[in-house]
Each structure stands twice: as C-alpha cells, then as structure tokens.
Design a binder for this molecule. Structure first.
Ligand code: HXC
Length: 258
C-alpha cells in the first residue's frame, strides 16, 4: 500500500515528481495533504540521487487552495495550537531545486505552494490568484510576502484585494512564472528543464539557491558576504576540481555532488 493518501510520488532518473492527487476537490490542500507534500519533498531533499523536485497537480487544478471545508469552523486558539504553518515553513528549508509545473488553477494556498518553489513552469491554461479576500480572510502561507517581494506592493495589493485571477501569460510578464508552455507539453518541457538542471553540479545549485534567497532577505552588504562564503565553500568540492579541469582539458564535466 502506498504511504501517500493524497499524492502520487515517483522518481524519474534524478528527478523526484510529486503529483497532488485529490482531483475531485481540485486538489484542495487539507492539512494532512500539506503534511504529506512536506514529507515527500523532504524525503527527496535528503536523497543524494534526487537532483530536482517537481510538483504538479492531477486534473484541472494545481491546487484550488486550502481545504475550505476543513477550515470553515476554525478559531484563532485552535489555529495557534495546530501550528499548521510550521509545515509550510519547512518547505522554505528545502535545498534541492524545486519546480512547480502548474497545470491549471493555482489559487490561495495552491498559489502559495507554487511560490514556495524556485521556478514555476505554467501551462498556458493555468490561472493564479488569491481569492481568500472573497472568503473574508487573507493568505496565510506567505502569499502577501512572497508576491510583494516579487512584484512590488502596489501591484501585489491589486491582486490580493480584488482576488482576481491572473493568466499564465500575465504571471510570466510579472516575473512570477519562468515559462509558459502549451498544456499538452507541460510535463515534457518541465522534465526537460529538470533534466538539464540535474546535470549541473548539485552543490553549486544548492549554494546558489541559498544565496539568491538571502538576496531577498538581506541588505546588499550582508548578502555579498554570504555569497562570498558560499563561493569559497564550493572550492572544497570535487565538482569544482572536475569543472575547472574539464574546462582546461576541453572536455565535458561529470558532476557528482561531492
Ligand atoms: C474545499 C474545494 C476547494 C477548496 C474547490 N473545492 N476548491 N473544496 N476547498 N479550496 C471543491 C468544490 O467544493 C467542489 O466539490 C469541487 O472542488 C469542484 O469545484 P467547483 O466549485 O464545483 O468547480 P468550479 O465551479 O469549476 O469552480 C472552481 C473554483 C471554485 C473557482 C476553483 O471551486 C472555488 O472558488 N474554490 C475555492 C477557491 C478558493 O477560495 N481558494 C482559497 C482557499 S483559502 P463538490 O463536492 O461540490 O463537487 C486558502 C488560504 C490558504 O487557500 C492559507 C494557507 C494554507
């Protein structure tokens, strides 16, 4: 029996693929489902053979947000004890490159899940939005923060206040989406990009990811210091020796994550 109730998890070469598989409710993110996503992501993150993690959704949605049925009767004290966002926080600590292949609707928590990934590859049919405001609430898993850091406060407010949905194309123009592809080619193109990343030196990818994340949070000077330390650290890797030797010997490098 699969250890996952709401996911289909598989590995294709060096790429770990996690499919949200609750299509009857548009992959609404129940708390158990979020816990499963985090567990699956973390297990891939700790597997040296997995170089890239891809998240996608089954059916017509990536995820239509947190499970409204589950949260309708919540109160602040119960939410405090549940501490559900600790699970979401763990996604930010993942070091392996993560790609969201957004096949359809990515709303509310679904959009936040996609924003937790390093790249969003979107089907041309995908739509993004924060409809929480229409429910009398607001995003809680980083939506106001991540969207604002990406597109600036005034544009973020437009989407967050109106709850309007943005097309894949608009999201690409705003710098949220890395690439828009036709729906039938979404997984093929995502796996092609993931495969290319999987051939890159994994330690460099991880340390670059970490440094880019710091660029969002740190002032320039502190960010530069952080970058420098990671730069030095990579000179302890075999992949640095291999990469530079391969250049000098005019051959293709073979990176091993060591
Ligand atoms: C629970 C959901 C759901 C959700 C859809 N469903 N979204 N169930 N939570 N977020 C269920 C519907 O109840 C329905 O179940 C089935 O999925 C199909 O949805 P329909 O509404 O029939 O489909 P459609 O008419 O095409 O409309 C699609 C939709 C609409 C526009 C996406 O479902 C919708 O507005 N959903 C809610 C979107 C939303 O508000 N998301 C933000 C949630 S708050 P039945 O049983 O009737 O077939 C949030 C906060 C995050 O995300 C905080 C951090 C965790």
């Amino acid at each position: 029996m699969s250890e996952w109730t709401f996911l289909a998890v598989r590995q294709e070469g060096a790429v770990g693929v996690i499919e949200l598989a609750r299509p009857d409710v548009l992959n609404a993110l129940s708390r158990q489902m979020v816990a499963e996503i985090v567990a699956a992501v973390e297990s891939f993150d700790r597997d040296e053979a997995v170089r890239v993690i891809v998240l996608t959704g089954r059916g017509r949605a990536f995820a239509a947000g947190a499970d409204i049925q589950e949260m309708a009767d919540d109160d602040p004290i119960r939410l405090e004890w549940l501490n559900q966002f600790a699970d979401w926080d763990r996604l930010s600590l993942v070091k392996t490159p993560m790609i969201a292949a957004v096949n359809g609707l990515a709303l509310g928590g679904g959009f936040e899940l996609a924003l937790s990934c390093d790249w969003i590859i979107a089907s041309a049919a995908a739509e993004f939005g924060f409809p929480e405001v229409n429910l009398g609430v607001m995003p809680g898993a980083g939506g106001t923060q991540r969207l604002t850091k990406l597109i600036g406060p005034k544009r973020a407010l437009e989407w967050l206040w109106t709850g309007a949905r943005m097309s894949a194309k608009e999201a690409e123009q705003l710098g949220i989406v890395t690439r828009v592809v036709s729906p039938e080619l979404l997984m093929e193109e995502t796996m092609r990009l993931a495969g290319r990343l999987a051939e890159q030196p994994p330690l460099a990818l991880r340390l670059i990811k970490e440094a880019v994340q710091k660029a969002v949070d740190y002032p320039l000077y502190e960010g530069m210091q952080f970058e420098r330390k990671n730069f030095y650290l990579l000179f302890a890797s075999e992949d640095q020796k291999e990469g530079m030797a391969a250049f000098l010997e005019k051959r293709k490098p073979r990176f091993q994550g060591k």
